[in-house]
Design a protein around this ligand. Sequence first.
Ligand SMILES: *Cc1c(COP(=O)(O)O)cnc(C)c1O
Length: 228
Amino acid sequence: MSIAENLARVKERIVGAALRAGRRPETVKLVGVTKTVDLPRIELAVEAGLEILGENYVQEAQEKLRRFQGRVRWHFIGRLQRNKAKYAVQLFDLIHTVDSLKLAEEIHRRAQALGRVIPVLIQVDLAAQETKGGVRPDEALALVTEAARLGNLRVLGLMTMPPYFSDPERVRPYFRRLRELSEEIAAGGHTEVEMTELSMGMSGDLEVAVEEGATLVRVGTAIFGERP
Ligand SMILES: *Cc1c(COP(=O)(O)O)cnc(C)c1O
């Protein structure tokens, strides 16, 4: 199948899952994950209507960003080292992976220097798999609240990377837990905290994520094919 066909198929899957869950399909945004994907293949996806691209590496993103300047929005979805925060703040429209106050403060400081307010999500590690990054669920409220106080950073919601299961139903409890956590935080009465975005779901489990409330699904393989 071509990239355009893959993209159409992914969009159909999102629409189907949203309708099954009684949600409006347009409340779910598709982030096309472009790590290791070369420019011509990204070009095909953008021509076919992909509007948001997700990158894991600041360095890899730089050339791609120049090429697609103004045509798409860019999200950062990888682990962000503090010494790269400066570039991330310049390059991206949304950072999905803030998981410490130190990182939030560095992003705030760099955004302030540029006169920008940068939207971010707080990454939550629901399964204590430390290698993937993320704050523990019982620390999420504190981090959301403290990050939301930093003036040049806007916390819009939560993100998670659950453990991999071949059966997507086994991921459902993690997605549900992230939504519940987001509802708990939103109900906490912190006026400066918005909890409107939930970034969860990838190629293999995006239906389950949408059924559980995802507003951003991050899809690589199902659009661009297997990575090397
Ligand atoms: C690679 C990656 C994805 C996409 O995974 P696929 O299974 O290829 O859809 C999503 N989110 C993050 C953070 C990733 O690193």
